[in-house]
Design a protein around this ligand. Structure first.
Ligand code: ATP
Ligand code: MG
Length: 541
């Protein structure tokens, strides 16, 4: 067998060696109460990846025990996003598939004196739970007979009581140092319509009780979850032991993925959608998989990122810049280059007439990508910031009397700037050097600056969108999400793009020279260039 790549695999190896497990089965367990985010991609990487490593299987398990928050819309979105990311589950299973068995197990616990119906209110239960230093107080209903408990539990199921009026609690130990073992609630009354079982049930099992049962019934050998469940493991094990599960699934916890500048909580993401801060769950600024897909980020880059950050036992926060660097590596290798001018300034080549084809490199980093033809002409647009009347030191772009190369075409010399009444430059007039054509330059002139441009007679008007991160950076880490939220994080520009981009397939990724990686899309028939990731790599790998 290949060597363990992380501590989870080391545990599994132990279990295999000890004969505690044979065929490995894991599950990816989303609750269908929102869209998956990049944190879930890590969970998938761990669950699907571990199963694959051992030639095992991974189920898709919908943890749908909380009907008031769950919807079929989310189930559909979750399935779509997992498939997009490139994972294939074995069985698709729902906690609600097992509601009958979960209920029968509860009656078994009652019959054996291991669970009781409690009339304390949720508030009273919370207040009698004790603290880390003080034991809890036993419920006055703790010693009801199994017969009475069974009758009451059946009445709960039959709908005799209101929400919160009664609940079923495991009878464990109110003095346990682990608060989760202090007679935890395992069933609650909730008169709510479930997205799959409708109104069949008005009592629902709690996560900590249902999860080990569902794992066992699916044949899960290793239940891989995030660290916040570490304190719940004793309860997970209690359920398995008391119900006599054999072989009992093993819960192993790993660190959550946290990324700077991103919110990783479905609850908060939902708030952003509902309050209109973003356009929807798939807004390109969202850390949801739907958002990342819409942003133009390749699924393979996300999987690769998860593999590179690894699986650890301790929580930490990963720089968003690292994720972006991985994405940039992918796009750099495959995205064709193109030109668009964000803040156009007219450039007239005074000594040039007509037009001609010049050869533009499709992607210098991709071997064999070759060139494509673009039309050079008399009237062009360049970036306003590529000309200065009063250039700072080391300015290699255009100035009066200065030279620069127009990408793939000629070196030009700027002779004159035309200003309007307010002194704003509205046009520059340049002369081109006929013997400076790219690839056959014999001019002898050194032009350090290479500028991108578009042909004014052929370019198309497009909309370019740039995005800020949703949250301010790590310096604000302790603060509440709403305080860190960047309010206006979408920036829209009217730009001039080469006609080639207008003919590109919807959703294609380009490197807009000197601007960034952008994806093409259409809004009301108009070309939109939507930022995937900036060009600047400010992350030190
Ligand atoms: P959220 O807090 O965003 O709602 P959750 O944990 O409630 O997340 P679930 O749908 O219950 O969301 O998560 C499914 C699985 O994904 C769980 O096993 C959970 O531990 C895991 N998971 C959720 N967020 C992360 C994360 N940031 N990093 C790694 N795993 C995660
Ligand atoms: Mg959850």
């Amino acid at each position: 067998m290949a060597e363990a790549e992380n501590f989870i695999q080391a545990y599994i190896d132990e279990d295999l060696a000890a004969g505690k497990a044979s065929a490995i089965r894991t599950r990816f367990p989303p609750e269908p109460n929102g869209y998956l985010h990049i944190g879930h991609a890590k969970s998938m990487f761990v669950n699907f990846g571990t199963a694959e490593k051992y030639g095992g299987k991974c189920n898709l398990f919908f943890d749908d025990t909380n009907p008031s928050k769950e919807k079929t819309e989310y189930v559909d979105a979750i399935r779509r996003d997992i498939l997009w990311l490139g994972y294939r589950w074995d069985k698709e299973v729902y906690a609600s598939d097992f509601f009958d068995t979960i209920y029968a197990f509860a009656e078994k616990l009652i019959a054996e004196g291991k669970a009781f119906v409690c009339d304390l209110s949720p508030e009273e239960i919370k207040n009698t739970r004790g603290t880390l230093t003080e034991p809890g107080v036993e419920s006055p209903y703790r010693n009801r007979s199994p017969e009475e408990n069974l009758r009451l539990f059946r009445e709960m199921r039959a709908g005799k009581y209101r929400d919160g009026e009664k609940c079923l609690r495991a009878k464990i130990d109110m003095a346990s140092p682990n608060i989760n073992l202090r007679d935890p609630v395992i069933y609650r009354i909730l008169h709510a319509t479930h997205h799959r079982t409708g109104d069949k049930w008005c009592i629902y099992p709690m996560y900590d009780y249902a999860h080990p049962i569902c794992d066992y019934l699916q044949g899960v050998t290793h239940s891989l979850c995030t660290l916040e469940f570490e304190d719940h493991r004793p309860l997970y094990d209690w359920v398995g032991i008391e119900l006599g599960f054999s072989p009992k699934p093993r819960q192993i916890e790993f660190a959550r993925l946290n990324l700077t500048n991103l919110v990783m909580s479905k609850r908060y993401l939902k708030k952003l959608v509902e309050e209109g801060t973003v356009h929807g769950w798939d807004d390109p600024r969202m850390p949801t998989l739907a958002g990342l897909r819409n942003r133009g980020i390749p699924a393979a880059a996300i999987r690769d990122f998860c593999a590179r950050i690894g699986v650890a036992k301790a929580n930490s926060e990963c720089e968003i810049g690292y994720f972006e660097a991985v994405v940039r590596d992918y796009l750099n290798a495959c995205a064709p280059r193109a030109m668009a001018v964000v803040d156009p300034l007219k450039l007239t080549v005074t000594n040039y007439e007509g037009e001609e084809d010049v050869e533009f490199d499709v992607n210098q980093t991709a071997e064999g990508a070759g060139t494509r033809k673009i039309k050079f002409g008399k009237t062009l647009y360049i970036e306003r910031s590529d000309f200065s009347l009063d250039p700072p030191p080391k300015y290699h772009r255009l100035r009066i009397g200065g030279y620069a190369r127009l990408k793939s075409a000629y070196i030009v010399r700027c002779d004159e700037a035309v200003t309007d009444g307010t002194g704003k430059v509205v046009e520059i007039k340049c002369a081109y050097l006929p013997d400076s054509r790219s690839g056959s330059d014999t001019s002898g002139v050194k032009a350090k600056g290479v500028l991108h441009w578009v042909n004014a007679a052929r370019c198309v008007d497009a909309v370019l969108k740039r995005y800020d991160h949703l949250l301010r950076d790590a310096d604000y880490a302790g603060q509440d999400f709403s305080e860190r939220l960047v309010k206006d994080s979408e920036h829209v520009f009217a730009v001039k793009a080469e006609p080639y981009l207008d003919g590109a397939a919807e959703g294609e990724a380009f490197q807009l020279m000197r601007t960034g990686y952008y994806k093409t899309c259409r809004e009301d028939g108009k070309l939109v260039l939507s930022e995937i990731v900036s060009l600047k790599d400010n992350f030190n790998k």
